[in-house]
Write a protein that binds this ligand. Structure first.
Ligand SMILES: [Cu+2]
Length: 480
């Protein structure tokens, strides 16, 4: 009997050591389990990622993740009840390496209303861990698995109705680095796209509940990076310096849409296709499946505001799928020189006169300046063809997304600022009639006289102050 007990004890002790055996480094048998090569995983909220694994050996990786159901802003002035892994959308970023044995504890906060679980695409095993991790509010579950394949993987909740749990923000990324780690870069960021379905239309203020029918119809009101309109613009912009190499870990939680991920003003030097090990080079746009991910890398050579979009472009400018990577540093004119000259182009026999020239003499040579009435007519046509897409034909804009031009205090206060806005675009926080907007207006490609006509039309419509803008004024702002 005594002998049996002794053997049983030996057995228990040796089992406890098995998983540590191959990672045993500078430890002795008397130290506790942690010292043998187990590691508490660093989890980060987006857009941050944990430290690279470098050349550490495979270890026992301990992960604790908490599920929180919490209301927050999906757009300025619009709230939504998100369900989250770790309190953010997307959920906390997990970083490990091939060979790590993960011990995963999933906690469902007692204030939550629903059971949840986690299906990690990096798991080889039943449901990616979904059954093993299914947990009621006020409980926690622990399960374990080994990271067999390197790559960037999505994880998500898989509790019925699965689509609804995902639509409410329950997804994130887990990176499994190869042995020796990924090659070092200067900056790494974590971005995830998701589509959202609300009772109210895009930007409709107040608390917005989930709309199941729109989700079934795959007709989202919002398509977002990192869970919010402006989640990566304004104060949330990403930053890099000229000369740095940037790596983006980009996932797509869906639940429905496939992303055509593109960065305006950059070319991906490398894409780890579908987050796997095949590297494609010199890519403009990469497709990211719903429930898939991609790693893109590029060197930033020229100072600019790089704009991250889903190139299914209405999603970017009308549904929120837009972010900014701001690159600062010295200009490199051999890479990009900017506008060099602008001249008048008049096709032979054309009737429309472009007055975009300096001085009166040339102006008379080019044709008679447009009268205010002519400007109003040209301006109205151009406005309706271009500006109305965002600011609407009646100039009223869309709450929380596109500021009004009708009776806009911002517009009426400063003509040169308005001209500058049309020529160069506008980003960052602006307050119009007491409401804050924090979005991006792209630069508009119009000649000086066209710009003058559009703004004259805007200033002489919808209760604005009646300013008449001239091509000379526009030219002055452009040359400043
Ligand atoms: Cu869930």
């Amino acid at each position: 009997m005594k002998l049996f007990l002794f053997i049983a004890l030996l057995f228990v002790v040796s089992i406890g050591n098995i998983s540590c055996e191959k990672t045993k480094e500078k430890t002795t048998a008397s130290e506790d389990m942690k010292a043998y090569g187990s590691l508490v995983a660093e989890l980060t909220s987006p857009p941050n990622v944990p430290k690279p694994v470098g050349n550490r050996s495979a270890k026992k990786l301990i992960i604790e993740m908490e599920i929180l159901e919490r209301e927050s802003e999906i757009a300025n002035g619009v709230t939504y009840l998100f369900w989250t892994f770790g309190g953010t959308v997307p959920g906390s970023f997990i970083r490990g390496r091939v060979g790590d044995e993960v011990e995963f504890t999933l906690k469902n906060h007692p204030n939550n209303r629903l059971p949840h679980n986690i299906d990690l695409h990096a798991v080889t095993g039943q449901g990616g861990g979904a059954e093993a991790s299914f947990v009621a509010p006020g409980h926690q579950k622990t399960f374990s698995f080994k990271l067999l394949n390197p790559g960037l993987y999505v994880y998500h909740c898989a509790t019925a109705p699965v689509g609804m749990h995902i639509a409410n923000g329950m997804y994130g990324l887990i990176l499994v680095e190869p042995k020796g780690g990924l090659p070092p870069v200067d900056k790494e960021f974590y971005i995830m796209q998701g589509d959202f379905y609300t009772k109210g239309k895009f930007g409709e203020p107040g608390e917005q509940p989930f709309d199941m029918q729109k989700a079934i119809d795959e007709n989202p009101d919002y398509v977002l990076f990192n869970g919010k309109v402006g989640g990566l613009t304004g104060d949330n912009k990403l930053h890099a310096e000229v000369g740095e190499t940037v790596r983006l870990f980009v996932g797509n939680g869906g639940p429905n849409l496939v992303s055509s991920f593109h960065v305006i003003g950059e070319i991906f030097d490398k894409v780890f296709v579908d987050g796997g090990t095949t590297v494609s080079e010199n890519i403009q746009t990469t497709l990211i499946a719903a429930g898939g991910a991609s790693v893109v890398e590029f060197k930033v050579e020229s100072p600019s505001e790089l704009i991250l979009v889903d190139h299914s472009i209405f999603r970017a400018f009308n549904k929120g799928a837009l972010g900014v990577l701001s690159v600062s540093g010295n200009k490199n004119k051999t890479v990009f020189a900017g506008e060099i000259t602008e001249g008048v182009y008049q096709p032979e026999g054309s009737v429309i006169q472009d007055l975009d020239v300096d001085g009166k003499t040339k102006s008379t040579e080019a044709g008679v300046p447009l009268t205010k009435v002519e400007k109003m007519e040209q301006g109205k046509n151009l406005f309706n063809a271009t500006c109305a897409a965002c600011h609407l034909q009646d100039g009223k804009g869309i709450a929380n997304a596109f500021p009004p031009l009708a009776k806009s205090d911002y517009l009426n206060k400063d003509v040169e600022r308005a001209i500058h806005t049309v020529i160069y675009g506008l980003s960052g926080e602006v307050t119009v009639n007491g409401n804050i907007y924090n979005s991006i207006m792209p630069a508009q490609q119009f000649s000086d006289s066209e710009t003058a006509s559009i703004l004259t039309y805007v200033y002489n419509s919808w209760g604005n102050n009646g300013t008449e803008v001239t091509a000379e004024q526009v030219k002055k702002v452009r040359n400043n």
